[in-house]
Design a protein around this ligand. Structure first.
Ligand code: 4AD
Ligand code: MG
Length: 452
């Protein structure tokens, strides 16, 4: 039978069952008359030990080569593993020129070094673990929403709207080789989506609770450790929500439930990050999970920041957005527990957020979640569901015509509703303690970089 390394390692039957295992050589060690190989196929962090006698030529079996091993699965005499494979036949499927291969046996290469090899770095323990966690986290997020009764919606990648109104759009046009009857393929300017929110609002007007989880794109000219031009966003939209409290409960539930599932489904992979990449992260994450998230208003946040103005490059001031340094300070100030900051100035936020009608310090019912190590992880709000409020906001921005359909949602059975978006890569950074966002996505895209 063909077994994955993971299944071979977990095999109950170790009485010499004949199996075939395929993978890549992670180590070769010769000892007197015995040869030890470790092979890995990405199904688990752990590699399978293969024991061969001296009749096998170790020069053929280079670090990095792909092999197929047939033999007997037996109980290992060593304490390091339960099971090992006694080789009867080892076939090299593809040779590896170990001298030219960028990774060396037994060396722990920094993530920064691995980043130079986006086509090969997935073969290392570090990226192996991070990307398996990414896969588990994707499934965990889907299961959280499914168990909470949300309907999954595929929102479009190509759209004619700029949901956030920030103008950070990538325009979509056919390649110049393609003949289009009219001048413009879609008849309107079309862009890669920055957020599926507006489409989700359409759907929450029918399914009540909806979510989407897909790629989003921002032409942000940023080389920061938390921005990408292409990133994945988890977005939810809920009808009949009347307070930010209700929304924050779902946000906190999503973070804690998904993380708990990940911790229980791939503990070895999470441990690798927590031990070797971000020492101390296990305790920091435990602290986040067992405490209630903190809630402060934007106005309170500014008061807190003003008391330490001297610590910042950018002076905190009411009416000005929070900078990363401010976000990080607030999280520390609140005991390294995630912090919800609510009720931002209307002038700082997009047109769709619900007006708090609170006098001169005009705010909207917005909520951002700031987390240790990363800063902003979630952005959300109650939406302006009142036709006349929305109409006025759109008119002031000259958007009334473009958003007729959006106004329609307020004409035909409007309900109080709200939602949020969570940056998936930032989520992975936060739970694993990974400093640079480029290390938690298989193929990072950012300013001046779109390799492969
Ligand atoms: O705060 P943002 O811009 O919110 C929205 O787009 C809302 N329409 C979401 C909604 O309510 N449905 O983005 C949401 C989150 C941010 O908090 C951040 O975690 C992440 O998306 N994000 C990025 N992640 C990586 N690279 C970028 N360039 C990002 N921009 C935003
Ligand atoms: Mg935001």
């Amino acid at each position: 039978a063909r077994l994955s390394v993971r299944d071979a390692l977990g095999a109950q039957n170790t009485n010499g069952e004949r199996v075939k295992v395929q993978g890549w050589i992670r180590s070769v060690r010769s000892q007197k008359d015995i040869l030890f190989l470790h092979i890995n196929d990405g199904s688990a962090l752990e590699s399978l030990q293969v024991v061969a006698d001296s009749s096998f030529d170790s020069r053929e079996l280079a670090f990095g080569s792909s092999v197929e091993v047939q033999g007997q699965l037996v109980k290992s005499p060593s304490k390091k593993q339960n099971v090992e494979l006694k080789a009867e036949k080892i076939e090299v499927v593809g040779n590896c020129d170990a001298k030219a291969f960028p990774f060396k046996y037994k060396e722990r290469h920094p993530l920064e070094y691995l980043r130079q090899y986006p086509h090969l770095r997935c073969r290392t323990n570090a990226l192996g673990s991070i990307l398996r966690v990414r896969s588990e986290a994707t499934a965990a997020i889907h299961s959280f929403f499914k168990d909470s009764g949300f309907v999954h919606i595929h929102t479009p990648i190509i759209t004619s709207n700029d949901c956030e109104g920030a103008g950070e759009l990538f325009q979509v046009e056919p390649s110049s080789k393609i003949k289009v009857p009219e001048e413009n393929f879609f008849n309107v300017p079309a862009f890669l989506t920055v957020s599926g929110q507006l489409h989700l609002e359409v759907m929450s007007g029918a399914f009540t609770q909806v979510f989407t989880f897909g790629p989003t794109f921002r032409a942000e000219n940023s080389q920061s450790r938390r921005h990408l031009a292409e990133f994945y966003m988890v977005e939810a939209e809920i009808s009949f929500v009347e307070s930010l409290q209700d929304l924050m409960q779902v946000m906190e539930g999503l973070f804690k439930t998904a993380t708990t599932i990940v911790l229980s489904n791939c503990p070895e992979d999470v441990d690798l990050c927590h031990k070797f990449i971000a020492p101390g992260q296990k305790d920091r994450l435990g602290h986040m999970l067992k405490n209630n998230f903190v809630i402060i208003s934007y106005t309170e946040a500014i008061e807190i920041l003003k008391q330490s103005s001297q610590n910042f490059t950018f002076t905190p001031e009411w009416g000005v957005d929070l900078y990363t340094e401010h976000e990080k300070y607030l999280v520390k100030h609140c005991g390294n527990i995630p912090v919800f900051v609510i009720n931002y100035p209307l002038a700082l936020k997009p047109f769709y957020m619900r007006d708090n009608e609170d006098g001169p310090q005009h705010t909207v019912a917005a909520v951002d979640l700031l987390v240790p190590g990363v800063g902003e992880l979630f952005g959300g709000s109650l939406r302006e569901e009142r036709y006349h409020f929305l109409e006025q906001r759109l008119a002031r921005l000259g958007l009334t015509e473009a958003y007729q359909w959006y106004l329609d949602l307020r004409r035909f059975g409007s309900v109080p509703h709200g939602g949020f978006g969570m940056g998936f890569e930032r989520y992975l950074q936060c739970i694993l303690g990974i400093d640079n966002i480029k290390d938690v996505i298989p193929f990072p895209r950012f300013t001046h970089s779109c390799v492969l």
